[in-house]
Design a protein around this ligand. Sequence first.
Ligand code: TXA
Ligand code: MG
Length: 318
Amino acid sequence: MVLDTQFLAATDEGIGQAAAILRAGGLVAMPTETVYGLAGDARNGTAVARIFEAKGRPRFNPLIVHVPDMAMARDMAEFDERAEAVARAFWPGALTLVLPVKASAGLSPLVTAGLPTVAIRMPAHPLAKALLRAFGGPVAAPSANPSGKVSPTTADHVRQGLGGKIEAILDGGACAVGLESTILGLDGSPALLRPGGIPVEELEAMLGAIAVGGPGALPNAPGQLPSHYAPDAPVRLGAVAREGAEIWVGFGPDCAGADLTLSAKGDLVEAAAALFQTLRDADALAGPEGRISFAPVPETGLGRAINDRLRRAAAPRG
Ligand code: TXA
Ligand code: MG
């Protein structure tokens, strides 16, 4: 079935229409500060199943539950003192916490994929907050892109990937952070399940050393699969100069002659915000037979999340 996907404006009326679609079990792409999310009622099994169907995502992968406030967060999951402190410091924001799920949360089992934990996030984007408040319940939202493709940071990216498959797109312009949230497992000792918009160094300043992976890590999770965030053209990393006819994407001032740049001044925040748009632009410039290369990005702060996404974009396609 092909739907007539509506663009909803960032107005009270648009937010009201988006909330009504969620209440009716429909799907709305919602802007967040990280990337656009494909939102559905997390307690409605049919709505959640449609999220997987629209993305073409394997069904065993759990989704992030978005909440407007701590009261709803505590209804979903068990917060110990550590989780409370981290939430106070970093929410609303680009951090997802994996915590023991409460049975009384009433979440569709598809959301947690049968795990004893739930991934939960309180986004900071004013439109996401307004929609979550207007809807009044937990919202499941993976990134609003077809599974395996580049994540969307504008409403038009969502339309290109999911137009005709979802009821509406709430247009909030470009996403400020541009990378998915950092996922922190706090169901045991702290574990970094995905690097993202909050640098792990900031979390370690509060929690001490954080292990990468850990018992909560799901090797089969999308975004954790080796090939993900993939443009159509092959991608080469660590490129200090252009080779042949490839589209070379620079970072920092030493990349004169690059076709595109993540950040000419070498700023990691600017590079994160530009990453997914730049992957799309490089893909368009490369064309059907072309190749893309990226200059090295330092493995610190947001550079870790940028390199994580670039390694997946460059991984052999499977
Ligand atoms: O920034 C973001 O996090 C965006 C916006 C829309 O909020 N959402 C997002 O969702 O990136 P998604 O579905 O693309 O990524 C969710 C990740 C997956 O890798 C999944 O495996 C992990 O969260 N996840 C969800 N529940 C989990 C759980 N109980 N334990 C471990 N990982 C979990
Ligand atoms: Mg994703």
